[in-house]
Design a protein around this ligand. Sequence first.
Ligand code: AHG
Ligand code: MN
Ligand code: MN
Ligand code: MN
Length: 313
Amino acid sequence: MPAIDPSHIPANLRPVMEAMCATGAQLSRVIARGPLAGKLGAGVGENSDGDQQKALDVMADEMFEAALKGTGVKYYASEEQESVLTLDGDGTYALATDPLDGSSNIDVNVTIGTIFSVFAATGDAESSFLRPASEQICAGYIAYGPQTLLAVTFGAGTQLYVLDPDSGAFVLAEEKMALPVAAKEFSINSSNRRHWTGPVLAYVEENEAGKDGAKGKDMNFRWVGSLVAETHRILTRGGTFLYPSDGRPKYENGRLRMVYEVAPMAFLVEQAGGKATDGVRPILSLTAGELHERRPFVFGSAEEVDRIADLHG
Ligand code: AHG
Ligand code: MN
Ligand code: MN
Ligand code: MN
């Protein structure tokens, strides 16, 4: 039994998607067992970006790397690996992944995820990923929450699949996700308020003023701490997300990594009718300069993302 219904997947990407989904389903069983599966949230080291690595970060990375062998993936890049690995010399794809997103939520039974992005493997190992984000041929995330689900795009809309725990397969639930144009919610880590730039502060203050201010409507606030969970909520019912540059050391480009967090989410959001920028410029027009580089990230409902760009103008 295949791990995903292949009917909407381009034929040449089916082996890659089958490996991602089989591994996602396996990982969801580990995550569901929580402490019964071991100390998944225990610190085990540090990655090249300076993040503490949890046991589950490393386990997920090893599982995806092993599963993608023989699927046509030539180059494999991961948050948890300093440099690009060559999996299959004859492969034609370059796949980048955040194998486990939201690792601060591992121990608290809150949604975590896996993010991935696929390019054609045209350059050498690293340069295959340092291309305009618009050249992605596939992007997706798996969310491990009350449901395990997959949102994926191959450039013809964003599809939603849900893992059926009885059959162990991802089943198509929505052929074309549509991100609402208007928003009622916004998401930003407010503990960084004192480090924000003027336009970001202005946007948040406008939201906080609600219907008593220039915005003329109330906005609610949400922050999960897992990009996958925020993206799924926003894709489903609209809203905005900001992880902007701020004044803390090392945060001049925000917190999120371009190749395996920002670019794939931007592709998914735009394919669902939303917008994704670095505050001003569309993410899909940008090219990463380095594998682990960070980018300021703003995405969500088109009206709000446009408003944020105006405030920068
Ligand atoms: P990761 O666990 O893959 O390192 O990603 C964490 C990211 C993202 O999921 C989330 O949006 C953000 O970091 C949370 O940032 P704060 O620590 O500022 O809440
Ligand atoms: Mn991390
Ligand atoms: Mn992440
Ligand atoms: Mn991660």
